[in-house]
Design a protein around this ligand. Structure first.
Ligand SMILES: Cc1cc2nc3c(=O)[nH]c(=O)nc-3n(C[C@H](O)[C@H](O)[C@H](O)COP(=O)(O)OP(=O)(O)OC[C@H]3O[C@@H](n4cnc5c(N)ncnc54)[C@H](O)[C@@H]3O)c2cc1C
Length: 520
């Protein structure tokens, strides 16, 4: 008994010490904060930590340095801002999230929602310290309607876990961003992945959301109907907002039957232009494909090095072809084969074997890990741009020579059926010159995409990394509308500050400067 009491006393003393240390760190940060950002800065007062503990239970609030660092320096993004949150809190219900946001709002403390931490553009950086809301405990399926083909989930569930739940029922949720991504993060980044060519992005696949607003109030964005013409579209307003307009606590998603008959096709071409030409023709003919992914010769070379495979190091297109029945599948496979042969492949292999197909798609999904395996001492500067599908070949044609001429490895992967391509530029994390070269390449790609009526990002979002490109894309009037929305819904600027929009009046007066508070 005495031992138990000593343990409790020790734990309480440790918690008090951590709270004081966190408060001291936050106060020190506040003094160091540049004047123009001061009003956004969050100080984690011990009283706030106590209040958070009362809301969710002390065991679900952390001020441990290791946990703060993990939440302030997410591993998949090369962006860093040199600041961690003051506390990490893991709620279990919408009501708890509402109380957390209310408590933070009362003190003007920043709130950064945290899902699977696979975002790439610095979306999770705690630029102004504050409280990181980790959704790991809100990972339940709340209801399923097989008749309506929809499912309601908490935001912390991963798409992989959701599919484990759906698979025995013959159903699936097809979107597939980074392994580990959560539904809340996916909705907030308006993500997509390899299946968007068939099923669309999060924008098309979320029916409604429950959202905690900046004042703690709870809003359900629309009823559970397939469509609605009732007023402003609050669902779509939240999708892609990166946690800057509200905190998602429930999502109702469209789900689908798992396609009964599938085939995978691996086709290689002499040039990346030929590869894109084949994809465009397949799309133009309206053949039912599930995926159309492209990897350039550099990416295939990296894959070979990392996995000791011996794929032809040529531009490669991976098609997934689907059909309601074997005859339909065969007809589609024949049509795609005809198109590919007309363009002139250097190799073509198709398979209906489920294991082989799964291997093909896993290899593609793990492109980033292949890059790390091939360059173990480097980190990845990942960037994506998108053009109208008909301009993808032009976009890649102007960007690839620039990427190939760079001293840095810069392989291309594309969701070719959407007009979206990525490059994974491998840099030495401590090397300023390499970072600048990667930024130059990224700026080049964005500029060419903009010239072709494209966008600075098809799916990775803005975060801190692409604020300046969003400004160019939207122009002053577009940014003013976005800023009005932000100010109306979050007048104190506590929701994930420093993402999508620059804080304060620096907008347009300092177009080329880095994002706020020392973030890359
Ligand atoms: C290997 C790899 C492959 C990838 N492939 C793709 C791809 O093919 N397509 C694609 O689109 N993306 C891809 N991504 C990027 C990434 O997976 C997506 O951006 C994904 O949507 C992020 O989800 P997450 O749960 O990890 O979000 P997080 O990184 O946790 O958060 C992202 C943003 O969402 C906000 N957020 C999180 N939860 C909530 C919530 N409940 N309420 C409000 N805001 C919230 C956060 O504050 C942050 O701003 C890839 C990443 C990796 C590492």
């Amino acid at each position: 008994m005495l031992l138990l009491l000593l343990c409790f006393a020790g734990a309480a003393r440790f918690r008090r010490w951590r709270r004081e240390a966190a408060a001291a760190e936050a106060t020190a940060d506040a003094t160091a904060e540049p004047q123009q950002h001061r009003h956004h800065h969050a100080v984690i007062a011990p009283a706030l930590v106590t209040e958070l503990e009362a809301i969710v239970g002390a065991e679900h609030v952390s001020v441990e340095a290791e946990e703060l660092q993990a939440h302030g320096e997410p591993q998949h993004s090369y962006h860093r801002c040199g600041r961690w949150p003051g506390a990490v809190v893991a709620p279990a219900t919408t009501e708890e999230v509402s109380q957390i946001v209310r408590a933070c709002a009362a003190r003007g403390v920043a709130v950064v929602p945290y899902g699977g931490a696979t975002s790439i553009e610095g979306q999770l950086l705690t630029v102004h310290g504050g409280v990181s809301i980790d959704f790991r405990r809100m990972n339940k399926v709340l209801r399923l309607s097989e008749a309506d083909f929809d499912v309601t989930v908490q935001p912390g569930i991963g798409y992989l876990e959701l599919n484990e739940y759906l698979k025995p029922k013959g159903l699936w949720f097809p979107l597939d961003p980074g392994p580990g991504a959560s539904i809340g993060g996916m909705a907030s980044c308006r993500c997509s992945g390899s299946t968007a060519v068939r099923y669309g992005t999060m924008r098309e696949n979320v029916i409604n959301l429950t959202v905690v607003m900046a004042d703690g109030s709870i809003v359900k964005t629309q009823p559970r109907t397939k469509k609605s013409a009732a007023g402003y579209d609050l669902t779509r307003l939240m999708i892609g907002a990166e946690g800057t307009l509200g905190v998602i606590t429930e999502a109702t998603l469209k789900i689908y039957n798992i396609p009964a008959h599938k085939a995978a096709m691996r086709c290689t071409f002499t040039t990346v232009q030929d590869a894109t030409k084949a994809v465009q023709e397949v799309m133009r003919r309206g053949i039912q494909i599930g995926r159309a992914e492209l990897m350039d010769d550099v990416m295939i070379g990296i894959l070979n090095t990392a996995n000791e495979t011996d794929y032809l190091p040529h531009a490669t297109v991976l098609f997934e072809i689907t059909g309601e029945n074997p005859a339909e599948l065969e007809a589609s496979m024949e049509a795609v084969t005809g198109i590919v042969n007309a363009v002139g492949p250097t190799s073509l292999r198709s398979t209906t074997d489920a294991k082989e197909s799964e291997h093909i798609w896993r290899e593609r999904k793990e492109a980033l890990w292949h890059c790390f395996a091939a360059y173990p001492e480097k980190t990845a500067f990942i960037t994506d741009v998108i053009a109208p599908v008909s301009r993808l070949a032009d976009l890649i044609s102007v960007c690839k020579p620039e990427l190939d001429a760079s001293p840095l490895p810069a392989p291309i992967c594309a969701h070719a059926g959407d007009g979206n391509f990525h490059t994974v530029i491998m840099i030495d994390p401590g090397n300023e010159a390499e970072l600048h070269e990667a930024e130059r390449l990224s700026a080049f790609m964005v500029a060419r995409a903009h010239e072709m009526d494209g966008s600075c990002t098809g799916e990775h979002g803005i975060g801190t990394g692409k604020i300046k490109y969003l400004e160019r894309e939207q122009g002053e009037s577009g940014i003013r509308v976005m800023r009005s929305i932000k100010e109306a819904l979050d007048p104190q600027g506590i929701l994930n500050p420093g993402k999508i929009l620059r804080p304060g009046p620096t907008l347009f007066s300092d177009k080329e400067s880095s994002p706020p508070s020392g973030c890359l």
